[in-house]
Design a protein. Structure first.
Length: 293
C-alpha cells in the first residue's frame, strides 16, 4: 500500500482497540478496489473522546468507526446525525464531509445478514433476546421490516421500555416480555436473534435457548462473535436450522460503513476472507482476540 499526502485516512476508536478486526477488513477492501485510503486503529480512553473528535476535524480524518465505550457520548460532539442514528441514539460511523455526520450501521448490517437466508421479512415473526446496546442498535431496523417483533429480556422493564420506544419511533406494535416467555413465543417464530452476552467467552458452554425449543424451520442469528460458533449455533445446526454468526454481522455493518465513506459497493467476500484469515492467526491466543469493529 503506497501512502501519499493525498491518501484518505479512516480509523476505529475505542478502548480496548489493539486487536480490532477493522484494519485488516477495511484495508483488504481498499486494496481490492484500488482506493487511495488507509485504515488504522486509535485507542481513545474515557475522558479523551472530545479531543479525539476535534482531532478528526483538525487532521481531516475522512471517516471513523466508533466502538465501546464511546457510541453514545460521541453524539454530542457531532454536527448532525442521519435518521437511523437519531432514532437509535447510538453512533458507530462518522463521515467528515461538510461537518461531522454520525451514522449507525448496525441495523443495516443485521438486515443484510438476515437476507442471506430470507429476502423479505414482511411475514416473519422475529424474537430478539436482550434489551441492551446490541438489541437497541438493530431492533429499530428489524421492527420496520418484520411482520412481528418480540423483545424478551431477563429484566422485563428494560424490554418494555425498549419496545415502547421502538413503537413510538416506528409506528409498529412491538411485543415484549421476560426470557421465560420464550417457550410460548418461539412456537410460531421464524427468526430468533441472540443479542445477549450468553454464550460469549468465557461463558461459551451456555446458550440462551434450550435445544428442545429449536426447529429446522428457524433462522438462528447469534450476535456473539467470540467464539465464532456459539453453543446456540451448534445446537441450531444440529436440528437443521439455518444459522448466522456474529462475524457475518460484524463484516456487514463494516461494509455499510465502507460504503458511506467511499461511495463504492463494499467487496463483502474480500472483507470476510480477511477477517477469517486474521482469526485463524489468532486462534491459538483466544484471550487476545477482540472482534470489535
Amino acid at each position: 500500500m503506497h501512502v501519499t499526502g493525498k491518501t484518505r485516512v479512516c480509523a476505529v476508536i475505542g478502548d480496548p482497540i489493539e486487536h480490532s478486526l477493522s484494519p485488516c477488513i477495511h484495508n483488504a477492501a481498499f486494496k481490492h478496489l484500488g482506493l487511495d485510503y488507509i485504515y488504522v486503529a486509535f485507542r481513545v480512553r474515557r475522558g479523551m473522546l472530545r479531543g479525539a473528535i476535534e482531532g478528526m476535524r483538525s487532521l481531516g480524518i475522512h471517516g471513523l468507526n466508533v466502538t465501546m465505550p464511546h457510541k453514545i457520548e460521541v453524539i454530542q460532539y457531532l454536527d448532525r446525525l442521519d435518521e437511523y442514528a437519531s432514532m437509535v441514539r447510538s453512533v458507530n460511523t462518522i463521515l467528515n464531509r461538510d461537518g461531522l455526520i454520525g451514522y449507525n450501521t448496525d441495523g443495516v448490517g443485521a438486515l443484510r445478514s438476515l437476507r442471506i437466508h430470507i429476502k423479505d421479512l414482511g411475514d416473519a415473526k422475529v424474537i430478539i433476546l436482550g434489551a441492551g446496546g446490541a438489541s437497541r442498535s438493530i431492533s429499530f431496523s428489524i421492527a420496520q421490516e418484520a411482520g412481528e417483533l418480540v423483545i424478551l429480556n431477563r429484566t422485563v422493564w428494560k424490554a418494555k421500555e425498549l419496545a415502547e420506544r421502538i413503537s413510538k419511533a416506528t409506528g409498529k406494535n412491538v411485543k415484549w416480555g421476560g426470557i421465560d416467555k420464550i417457550e410460548d413465543e418461539i412456537e410460531d417464530a421464524n427468526i430468533i436473534i441472540n443479542a445477549t452476552s450468553v454464550g460469549m467467552h468465557p461463558r461459551s458452554s451456555e446458550s440462551p435457548v434450550s435445544v428442545d425449543l429449536l426447529r429446522k424451520d428457524l433462522i438462528v442469528f447469534d450476535l456473539v462473535y467470540n467464539p465464532l460458533e456459539t453453543k446456540l449455533l451448534k445446537e441450531a445446526k444440529y436440528v437443521g436450522a439455518k444459522t448466522i454468526d456474529g462475524l457475518t454481522m460484524l463484516v456487514n455493518q463494516g461494509a455499510a460503513s465502507f460504503e458511506i465513506w467511499t461511495g463504492e459497493k463494499a467487496p463483502f467476500n474480500i472483507m470476510m476472507e480477511a477477517a477469517l484469515k486474521h482469526l485463524m492467526k489468532s486462534r491459538n491466543e483466544p484471550g487476545k482476540v477482540n472482534f470489535k469493529v
